[in-house]
Design a protein around this ligand. Structure first.
Ligand SMILES: Cc1cc2nc3c(=O)[nH]c(=O)nc-3n(C[C@H](O)[C@H](O)[C@H](O)COP(=O)(O)O)c2cc1C
Length: 319
């Protein structure tokens, strides 16, 4: 059983990967996507998204990190994958699920699922360009307009030589609207020989158990569920392994968020300094009522002293 942290553009950067992997239960992470057009990208772009390139492609607690590329042209994708490996990447993940309009307008992300032969061509080019020892993995949705092409795309991924497939069990048009259609993953698992990882709409241990039952597989990738409940992977593993585990308290979560704030404050201009914390609080609100209260207090605060004061109040109240 493996649990991976999902890539989430604009949310899961290396600090979040560090914080979440330290909590435990995670077997791997994927970076936010790095957009490839025609150019060979410079190291600074790769490094911006994958700072773990400087630390053996692992988070500080030793969890492996795959670097994700998104693009529609096989040759530039292959060249950049090769370049990434030269810079130390240990695994390359390819994105075929992004629903963003700008990305799809350039024929990247989920719109490639309309043409499984293009999915094949991109993966094949990347697979041929990087050494066999470097895993090349792919992440797809079940289709673009609808879910009818899911098996064609899954077969294309395997035929092109990918080492693993993650399936976000919805089409592009399904967006992020519940439910996730986990039973399609069972069909894919029955057909493919490579490992298949299930993804989408796992917020609780009970969701994990239902996903495992419907998808027929124990391996999952968690995205928003881990932001809402940062120790969800630990809770799932403790439950499955029959171990005692006490979920994190709000006081622990609040302290974690403050660490994140302290780490990331220097990275953003003053005006944006609280934005990432506010974004995370929105996810946490789903699981912790105290996060809603904290969010209401902080949402209009913009300066570092105001945000600091909000934190001190929330930290004091959390005990
Ligand atoms: C804000 C946001 C950003 C995302 N960015 C990426 C990305 O960069 N690459 C990718 O493959 N998927 C991306 N996804 C999709 C997630 O990896 C995941 O497939 C999706 O959220 C469903 O899983 P969940 O229900 O566990 O969140 C993103 C999702 C969200 C909500």
């Amino acid at each position: 059983m493996r649990i991976m942290l999902a890539p989430m553009e604009g949310v899961v950067e290396h600090h979040v990967r560090d914080i979440l992997t330290r909590i435990g239960g995670l077997d791997g992470c994927v970076t936010e996507f790095i957009r490839v057009t025609d150019q060979k990208l410079p190291y600074k772009v790769f490094y911006k998204y994958a700072q773990e390139l400087e630390s053996d492609c692992k988070t500080p607690n030793g969890t492996p990190v795959r670097v994700q590329l998104l693009g529609s042209k096989p040759e530039p994708m292959a060249i950049n994958a090769q370049e990434l490996v030269n810079y130390g990447a240990k695994a390359i993940d390819l994105n075929f699920g992004c629903p963003a309009k700008t990305v799809n307008a350039h024929e990247g992300g989920a719109c490639l699922l309309r043409t499984p032969d293009r999915v094949y061509a991109i993966i094949k080019a990347v697979r041929d360009a990087v050494p066999r020892a470097i895993p090349v993995t792919a992440k797809i949705r079940l289709g673009f307009e609808d879910r009818s092409s899911y098996m064609d795309n899954a077969r294309a991924v395997e035929a092109a030589g990918a080492d693993e497939l993650t399936v976000h069990a919805r089409s592009k048009v399904d967006g992020y609207k519940p439910p996730a259609y986990w039973h399609y993953i069972a069909d894919i698992r029955a057909e493919l020989k490579i490992p298949v990882v299930g993804n989408g709409e796992i917020w609780t241990v009970e969701d994990y158990l239902r996903c495992r039952e419907q998808s027929g597989g124990a391996d999952v990738m968690l995205g928003r569920g881990l932001l809402a409940c940062p120790d969800l992977a630990r809770q799932i593993k403790a439950h499955v392994q029959g171990e005692d585990y006490t979920p994190l308290t709000w006081a622990e979560i609040c302290a974690m968020l403050y660490r994140y704030y302290a780490l990331t404050t220097p990275l953003y201009c003053e005006r944006n300094c609280g934005n990432r914390v506010k974004q995370w609080l929105m996810y946490l609100s789903r699981q912790y009522p105290q996060a809603t209260v904290f969010f209401e207090a902080i949402k209009r605060k913009t300066t570092p002293p105001e945000i600091e004061a909000c934190f001190q109040e929330a930290l004091a109240a959390s005990h």
